[in-house]
Every structure is written in structure tokens, then in C-alpha cells.
Write a new protein. Structure first.
Length: 144
């Protein structure tokens, strides 16, 4: 709840200022090539002013984990089963861990489709007569 009146000196001193970055921020110099490419793709996908200095470290970790996830996926693709079953288990376990980290960081930064979809807008679309897609029906049709 907002307090009426002037702010105290202590309150003004603790007010955080977040620097907005205009245009897509450049990837950090120590980011591996594949992670830097992810960085450029992600930053280009958001409007100007989306990024600020406070969320760039999260973006850096997100890009590193996406690149690592892709590397592990490529390593899994090169395995010949059942000969490399132990290696397959290790890599898929690592892949699951990385996928969870990627999903968490994407959600925290509002990069997922769910984060940018307004549920109220979806409800209004339904009221206007635009049908809602029942994905369970699509799945059943695909299975048949």
C-alpha cells in the first residue's frame, strides 16, 4: 500500500534503480560461440527495452544451458544402442537436468509462450466465437 506524503531520506536511498538497455544487448565476451548465438536469437526476439542490467546474468545462464543441452542432445544422437546403454543413461539424465534448468530460467525471464499469452485475451477470443482448440482430441485423432 502506498504511503501518502513525502518519502523519507532512508526510503529514497533504498529505492532501486534498474538501467534499461535500448536495443539488443551484446553477448558477454566469455560466452561460448553456440551460447552467444542463442543470446543473439533470444535478445532479438524481444522488443526494445525488454532487457535491463538486472536480468542479463539470468540470460547468460539460460544461453549457456541451452547450448549445453544441444551439445548433450547431439552426443545422444551419436550413440549406438544397446552398446552404449550406460553412456545413454548418463547423458539422458544430464539432458533432463539441463532441460529443467532451461525451463526454469525461461520462465523466470518470461521467455515462454505461457508467459506472454494473456489468459484474459484467450477468454475474450472465445466469447467472440473463436473456437478453443482441444488438444486432447487432436492427440486421439493422431493415435487413430
Amino acid at each position: 500500500m502506498k504511503q501518502k506524503g513525502r518519502k523519507s531520506a532512508a526510503e529514497m536511498a533504498t529505492t532501486a534503480t534498474v538501467t534499461r538497455i535500448e536495443g539488443p544487448p551484446k553477448p558477454p565476451g566469455d560466452l561460448p560461440l553456440e551460447a552467444a548465438q542463442v543470446w543473439r536469437e533470444v535478445t532479438a526476439s524481444r522488443p526494445p527495452g525488454w532487457w535491463n542490467a538486472a536480468n542479463l546474468p539470468l540470460l547468460e545462464h539460460y544461453c549457456r544451458f541451452v547450448a549445453q543441452f544441444r551439445q548433450v542432445s547431439r552426443a545422444i544422437d551419436l550413440l549406438s544402442l544397446p552398446d552404449d546403454l550406460d553412456e545413454y543413461r548418463k547423458l539422458t539424465r544430464l539432458q533432463d537436468i539441463l532441460a529443467g534448468r532451461v525451463a526454469t530460467l525461461a520462465t523466470k525471464q518470461r521467455l515462454t509462450q505461457q508467459a506472454v499469452t494473456d489468459s484474459r485475451a484467450a477468454g475474450r477470443a472465445e466469447q467472440r466465437g473463436q473456437p478453443r482448440v482441444d488438444f486432447s482430441q487432436l492427440r486421439r485423432a493422431k493415435d487413430d
